[in-house]
Each structure stands twice: as structure tokens, then as C-alpha cells.
Design a protein around this ligand. Structure first.
Ligand SMILES: *Cc1c(COP(=O)(O)O)cnc(C)c1O
Length: 201
């Protein structure tokens, strides 16, 4: 997770072996020219932030993936005939694992309902990205990660495991626990770069 980090810092991490980078704000990513890393390195630039419909087009044209996708953008995408103009090729459905009202993402029961109803845009999804409450203890997180993991496996068997294959769970605080519960993609910022400055780049 490279939010607030400068391009030279990000390039240092890439030289040390990082192949996926995640940004939360379109403006910040453009301002620091993060997309230029792809000219010299095999790196996937992932959008992992809030989505406003007036920015969908811009985000889909510059990022390689959208890991914080919701029904709205996936439904729109499902109707697009010519994908040639879009850069984004993979989409993860954001899961609000702790069912927090102030957070984005669908809950596990909501996703199960959509899957049971055969919702067409679910075919756009390459996996799930789970967020858990910051104040949740490790035992609570374990329960939440497990329920997302079970959902992930159910979706993979419904929709095909070649289609549904990424399970993004875990941050600097709890990635070991998330991996124990089946995560195959972790989102580490502080653990690599140290504490973030409160100011955006
Ligand atoms: C910033 C961020 C992270 C990384 O958090 P750290 O605690 O710095 O590892 C992970 N996921 C999302 C969605 C983020 O915005």
C-alpha cells in the first residue's frame, strides 16, 4: 500500500521485490506519477479506495485493477461492449466484513443473496477484498476472515475457480492471521514503509 509514499520510495520497494502497489486516491496517484513505474518494471497498480461515479472512467483508464469495487461500478462495467479503452482488467468485490454502517462494501450475507439470485455482474469479479473494523481484536478478526474465506470458496465453486481466485485480506497489523484464514493477497503499508505522515503526498 503506497498511499502517501513518494515515487522514489515506491521505486525502492519495487527494486526490493514488490510487484503490486495499491493507491487510495486518483489525484494523489496522478500527482506523484505512480503509473510511470510500469514503464520500467512489471508492476500492477491497484486502486483500493472509495469510488465516486464521476471518477469511474478516469480510474478504469489508468489503474490495472480495482480492488474496492462495488455493485455500481461492476454493473456499469457489465454493460460496456468495448473494453479496449479501459486499462483495468481485474476487479475485486469489497466485503464489509464487520458490517460497519459507515464503511463501503457489501456484507457477507448481501453477497450470498446476490450470488443465489444469479446476479450477472458477479461474473466480472476476480475475487474479494475484505476490510475489518480497526478496533476489532484478533479473535474477532479471525471469525470475520474465516467467514469471508468460506464465502470466497463458495463463490469460486459457483462461478469457477479460474475466475474467482484472489482473496485480499490482512494489513500490517494482522496479515499472519489473515493468511491462516486463506488470504492470498495482503495489503501492507506501514509494515514496509514505516508510519505514514498525516499529510498526503
Ligand atoms: C492503507 C491501507 C492498508 C494498509 O494499512 P497498513 O496498516 O499501513 O498496513 C490496507 N488496506 C487499505 C484498504 C488501506 O487503505
Amino acid at each position: 500500500m503506497t498511499k502517501t509514499q513518494s515515487l522514489p520510495r515506491i521505486l525502492e520497494a519495487i527494486d526490493a521485490g514488490v510487484t503490486e502497489i495499491g493507491e487510495n486516491y486518483l489525484q494523489e496517484a496522478m500527482r506523484k506519477d505512480v503509473f510511470t513505474v510500469r514503464e520500467s518494471h512489471r508492476v500492477t497498480v491497484r486502486y483500493i479506495g472509495r469510488l465516486q461515479s464521476n471518477k469511474y472512467n478516469a480510474i478504469l483508464r489508468v489503474f490495472d485493477t480495482v480492488d474496492s469495487a462495488g455493485p455500481d461500478i461492476l454493473e456499469r462495467l457489465n454493460g460496456v461492449q468495448d473494453r479496449g479503452v479501459l486499462r483495468a482488467r481485474a476487479f475485486l468485490l469489497e466485503v464489509n466484513a464487520g458490517e460497519e454502517t459507515q464503511k463501503g462494501g457489501l456484507t457477507v450475507p448481501q453477497i450470498r443473496e446476490l450470488a443465489a439470485a444469479g446476479t450477472p455482474w458477479l461474473l466480472e469479479v476476480s475475487g474479494l477484498m475484505a476490510v475489518v473494523p480497526v478496533q476489532a481484536t484478533l479473535p474477532v478478526r479471525a471469525v470475520l476472515y474465516e467467514s469471508v474465506s468460506v464465502l470466497f470458496h463458495d463463490l469460486a465453486s459457483d462461478l469457477g475457480s479460474s475466475r474467482v481466485r484472489l482473496l485480499s485480506m490482512g494489513t500490517s497489523d494482522d496479515f499472519e492471521l489473515a493468511i491462516e484464514h486463506g488470504s492470498n493477497m495482503i495489503r501492507v503499508g506501514t509494515g514496509i514503509f514505516g508510519p505514514r505522515s498525516p499529510f498526503r503526498v
